[in-house]
Design a protein around this ligand. Structure first.
Ligand code: NAP
Length: 246
């Protein structure tokens, strides 16, 4: 991935952090975005410490801010001349039962997990089309494939992401731009750290591999889909869940 320019949203922690490191390990220059500046700097330091061939540049960006996204993408386009890889990873949960879910709970999740992907992909695709090259990888969830009680907002956002990605895949295929989704199951991050012990243990019993996944196990699939090796793969949903959904 030498000479490739990548953007990873939510690069400060969890799966996004691992994706930044995986892309930098393969030689890419990665713009890691998030709201937590200190955490972003730590990811850059980690890349330096590991002496990765690529590099990671921190960028403070709230993906719910449409204007900030446009300004950021324009800036990267001007300074780097192109954007080859976009990993839309930033995401949140605001779980609750349907009967008790308020409008903000639903809207916040839809905006962070889905609207932001539309804004970011729209801006970046304009640059990719000019260069006739692009790899877009969207981080969905097994919840968007199977549904999940208590996650009507989250599952709707992640299912929406699948329809969005297949449409982008069809629209941009002739321009050598692919768009795929990775759908993780339970992965060890801050997002799952707060789950009650009972839920965690119950989930492990349902997972054929009897364990949660590691962020690196998602990042390696993201890196493949973002690589030139995945040139004939588009519109796909790659489930990474230790066999939970099969
Ligand atoms: P995490 O550890 O909680 O990290 C979430 C990331 O998203 C952070 O880097 C955070 O950055 C960023 N983010 C959240 N809101 C943002 C905003 N408004 N603007 C910019 N960045 C924002 O979660 P994770 O588990 O790594 O999740 C990453 C993705 O994987 C999400 O899309 C999630 O839905 C998906 N996923 C996770 C699991 C799992 O089991 N962990 C399973 C399926 C899917 P800042 O805090 O710096 O803003």
């Amino acid at each position: 991935m030498e000479n490739r320019i990548a953007i990873v949203t939510g690069g400060s922690r969890g799966i996004g952090r691992a994706a930044c490191l995986a892309l930098a390990e393969r030689g890419a220059t990665v713009f890691a975005c998030g709201r937590d500046e200190a955490a972003l700097k730590e990811v850059c330091d980690e890349a330096k410490k590991r002496e990765l061939s690529g590099k990671i540049e921190p960028f403070v960006l709230d993906v719910t801010d449409k204007k900030a996204i446009d300004t950021f993408v324009e800036g990267v386009g001007e300074s780097a001349g192109k954007i080859d890889i976009l990993v839309n990873n930033a995401g949140i949960t605001r779980d609750g039962l349907l009967m008790n879910m308020d409008d903000d709970q639903f809207e916040d999740v839809l905006t962070t997990n889905l609207r932001s992907v539309f804004w970011m992909s729209r801006a970046v695709s304009r640059l990719m089309v000019r260069k006739r090259y692009g790899r877009i990888v969207n981080v969905g969830s097994i919840s968007g494939v199977m549904g999940n009680a208590g996650q009507t907002n989250y599952a709707a956002s992640k299912a929406g992401l699948i329809g969005f990605s297949k449409s982008v895949g069809k629209e941009l295929a002739k321009r050598n731009i692919t768009c795929n989704v990775v759908a993780p199951g339970f992965i060890e991050t801050d997002m799952t750290a707060s789950l009650p012990e009972k839920v965690t243990e119950g989930a492990k019993q349902l997972i054929p591999m009897s364990r949660f996944g590691k962020t690196e196990e998602v990042a390696s699939v993201i890196a493949f889909l973002a690589s030139e090796s995945a040139s004939y793969v588009t519109g796909q949903v790659v489930v990474i869940d230790g066999g939970l959904h099969m």
